[in-house]
Design a protein around this ligand. Sequence first.
Ligand code: G6Q
Length: 548
Amino acid sequence: MTSRTSLPSWQKLTAHAEEMKQQHMVDLFAKDSERFSKYSIDTSQFLFDYSKNVMSDETHALLLNLAKECDVEAWREKMFTGERINKTENRSVLHTALRNHSSTPTIVDGKNISEGVQKALNHVKAFSDKVRNGEWLGYSGKRITDVVSIGVGGSNLGPQMVTEALNEYANDEIQVHYVSNVDGTQVANVLRELTPETTLFIVSSKTFTTSETMTNATTAMQWLVASSFNKSAIAKHFVAVSSNKEKATAFGIEEENIFDMWDWVGGRFSLWSTIGLPIAIYLGFDYFVELLEGASEMDYHFCNTPLESNAPVIMALLSVWNTTFLGSQSQVILPYDQSLHMLPAYLQQAEMESNGKSTSWDGKQISYTTVPALWGEIGINGQHAFYQYLHQGNTIVPADFIGSVESLIPVDNHHDILMSNFFAQTQALMQGVTEAQVREELTAKGMPTEEIDKVAPHKVHKGNRPSNTILMQKLTPKALGSLVALYEHKIFVQGILLQICSFDQWGVELGKGLANNIHAELTDNKISEHHDSSTKGLMTFYKKNQIS
Ligand code: G6Q
């Protein structure tokens, strides 16, 4: 298989990157008054401006050539038609089939999977309606007031991020809580506030073998049974989302209370599936459908827009440009929207678990940097914390700014103030401030020259720090669906460009296996001699100091 580094576009980009490292975006903007209109894309749900990147027309053309030489369009076709592109697990990758609202069903290996998807959606609708309208009752005949979703990783982050993002759309008659951590503090804190008679548990686990989830589910079940004194209460209070019916029923969940999942949906791409059940219960099924529709609109954009104006394709190309060619090591996600506070954590898993790898499709070591470390925080809070580093640190951190024209809850002039900061920050990161500008400003303020000499170097901002801006009209279920799908497709294209299998996560397995062995040793109090001295020393200290 040809390695990416031998592609003509790759080699040209490598040479071109050296030239572009000498360019400043201020000059690029000064030279081209059309830069914003050329380098922004209006999708149906938001405006995507990528003009504030260290990129020229030549860069743009070379990047598009890279996409073509990597056969992005052919790979896209393979994904949407169910080819087993998850090579290391021999699976199709079909989260897009979960939001396929076209009249053409998704057929895989001669099987119409859209029928199963529709059946599962009907199950979600029927059940979420019953819980919401009070038809579904707890063991003592009371309606459900609280739902606890137990799951971790891909079975937690998506639903939790969405319910928190869209809580303005919920009527709050039912509260949804999440338990993901095996640290007993979390489950204890959640249960402390709840009444067993009116609490419904959703155990979300595709495999139904994840030990953290099983431990939390067992604790929840004991809590319920201790209150009801009756195991039959489980049928009224426990449902599961899983592709492993056998394990779920063996755990004690009634078969009709198990929601279908499929192996062609990866955990971190699963919020559109029955894993989204907590979303449907919290917001109502209609909003869940709107979320799917928003994602479907992005699928349409991704499949039908030429590469040069295709938002996820451009986003992926820019990530590779900034990271692999220009040398950035991290990327920051900055939502200027309180409701999107979990988006950085969600995208962290989506991108880093997908493409944080160093082996190519054909099992060879990759010589170039693949993906950046993703991190982030609500914009304004970040401004008063780590933006110093973004503006004047020694490393360049490309940023994604995400905001809305309209506020979810308009309060006086808050939104204009918020968005003024949003625009100002992208401008400041791009333009910076030269020493001459600093001196001029301080002189105008009347500062003596010797003081200016001292302070001026500290006030210089080099600028030339790249950012993308995503501007929605308003954070709606549709807009959020589209935004998440934008990143999903970016990650897919990024994987293709970097020659990475984006849909496995072998790096998560190693620690899991070791933890199981160590747990057995801690329980039996038999610490193996085979551990390195550090691990053995730490385990011994832990055991010795445990209070039994
Ligand atoms: C995501 C990963 C991982 C997974 C969790 C939970 O893509 O596969 O985060 O979602 O490990 O797995 P289960 O749903 O099987 O419990």
